[in-house]
Design a protein around this ligand. Structure first.
Ligand SMILES: Cc1ncc(COP(=O)(O)O)c(C=O)c1O
Length: 465
């Protein structure tokens, strides 16, 4: 470790200042005030280090962003070198070396057909930009007469927190309150096989869950600008893994009805599913691809929306025709973030990250089998290096715990006491460590998750307490 993490700061003073001045995201602040916060002051590899020097495994990659571990020398140095040149300059009217180089790298690594990169700073904006581009694509193409004003999104989807992204979201807890402010969208079924709404089983179901999408596209295709999908896994919904063939079926339906496909790989991109991009598993080439989170290896805020040449061309015209994409952010294509992104891609190559990940994914799969036998584990879902363990009060009837029991929260707090940081999604325990995690660290992580689930669910205090 480099520096004593608490150097110069008093923990109690910081904790009091946190509670006095900070408003934390996705947090009931009344609850937050009840306990002093855990303050992270440093990190190294797969570990986060708190202000007192205690070390915790980073079990969710600092909210699904970290890829090669913390304090990765190559990325640290790339950022420092870029600081010595320029930290920020705009892409509005100017260009910068790291943004040019990263755009080229992304196009070369992305699924075939994606040809241009529009940078922004977070996953929500990457999606928001995709929606606006899709809408304007049809508008430009049909000289303002386009009827394609609507989007199709999936139930339980999560695409971010800006209003456009919320419009295509489908998680009531986060989204319902804003409904009066939102763009109207068609909502269709995304598979949740453990709780299949049709009571069917894969593969005998023949992906009956795609029927709703087919129906909407058949009846309303001419009004629809794009379908927005989280390829292979709806992460924020509780790691809902789609069965093989679902994504391909969605892409085929979009082609058949001439509707654009926006793939939101904000969470699943950059190796998490075992391939660089999740759409590669099913040979799908989306029209628009949204990327963020892992794009900088988890270092700095950056996002990218990639589009095909066909889409880009619809924005080309004489200025007076007003077909340009009038959208941009102050920090669009920030050079420090792009330098981090370039360094992260180099580490992918030098470490052979994806090749080496296969064995870890297999190990994760083997170890997860042990969890299936636990009395309150209803379902275990895994895609690549993403896993979710759904806890239930009654396994036989798949009955959830009452919300007030906050069982997921209690499990992650038990894990924290044992040196592991997790963040649950309701009663789904999410496991999404950095791709660089060592085999022994992964085993330790899973040991802690296992004992924490047992401790909380088998203590006899599981419900209502
Ligand atoms: C699939 C998906 N899209 C978009 C977002 C929003 O990204 P951000 O939090 O960077 O705005 C997330 C965040 O979890 C996500 O999982």
């Amino acid at each position: 470790m480099t520096q004593p993490p608490s150097k110069g700061y008093d923990r109690q003073w910081l904790a009091a200042a946190d509670q006095r001045y900070l408003w934390h995201p996705f947090t009931q602040m009344k609850e937050w005030m009840k306990e002093p916060p855990l303050i992270i002051a440093a990190a190294e590899g797969s570990y986060l280090i708190d202000i007192d020097g205690n070390r915790y495994l980073d079990g969710v990659s600092s909210l699904w962003v970290n890829i090669h571990g913390h304090r990765r020398k190559e990325i640290d140095e790339a950022i420092k070198e870029q600081i010595d040149r320029v930290s920020h300059t705009t892409l509005l009217g100017l260009s910068s070396i790291p943004s040019i180089l990263l755009a080229k790298e992304l196009v070369e690594r992305a699924p075939p057909g994606l040809a241009k990169v529009f940078f922004s700073d977070n996953g929500s904006t990457a999606v928001e930009i995709g929606l606006k581009i899709a809408f304007q694509y049809w508008h430009n193409l049909e000289a303002g007469r386009s009827a394609r004003r609507r989007f199709v999104a999936f139930r339980n989807a999560y695409h971010g927190d800006t209003l456009g992204a919320v419009s295509v979201g489908g998680i009531d807890t986060f989204h319902e309150i804003y409904r009066p402010l939102l763009i109207e969208t068609f909502k269709v079924e995304y598979p949740y096989c453990y709780r299949c709404s049709r009571g069917r089983r894969y593969p005998a179901c023949s992906l009956a869950c795609t029927a709703e999408l087919e129906e909407v596209l058949k009846n309303h295709g001419h009004e629809i600008a794009a379908v927005v999908v989280e390829p292979l896994v709806q992460c924020a919904a509780g790691i809902l893994t789609a069965p093989p063939g679902f994504l391909e079926a969605v892409a085929t339906l979009c082609k058949k009805h001439d509707v654009l496909l926006i793939a939101d790989e904000v969470a699943v991109g950059f190796g998490r599913t075992g391939k660089m991009f999740a759409v590669e598993h099913e040979g799908v080439c989306p029209d628009i691809l949204a990327l963020a989170k892992g794009i900088t290896g988890g270092y700095l805020p950056l996002a990218a929306t990639l589009v095909t040449e066909r889409i880009f061309d619809a924005f080309l015209a004489d200025y007076a025709e007003m077909k340009a994409f009038f959208h941009g952010h102050s920090y669009t294509g920030n050079p420090l973030a792009c330098a981090a992104g370039l360094a992260s891609l180099r580490v992918f190559d030098e470490d052979r990250t994806l090749e080496r990940l296969g064995a870890k994914i297999a190990r994760l799969g083997e170890r997860l089998e042990e969890f299936r036998h636990l009395g309150h584990v209803g379902d275990v879902r895994q895609k690549g290096f993403i896993a979710g363990i759904e806890l239930v009060q009654d396994k036989e009837h798949k009955k959830p715990y009452p919300t007030a029991s906050r069982i997921g929260h209690r499990v992650i707090m038990a894990a924290r006491r044992k040196g592991l940081i997790l963040r649950p999604l309701g009663d789904v325990i999410v496991i999404m460590p950095p791709l660089s995690i060592a085999g022994e660290e992964l085993d330790r992580l899973l040991d802690i998750v296992y004992t924490s689930i047992v401790e909380v669910t088998e203590s006899g205090r599981g419900v209502g307490s």
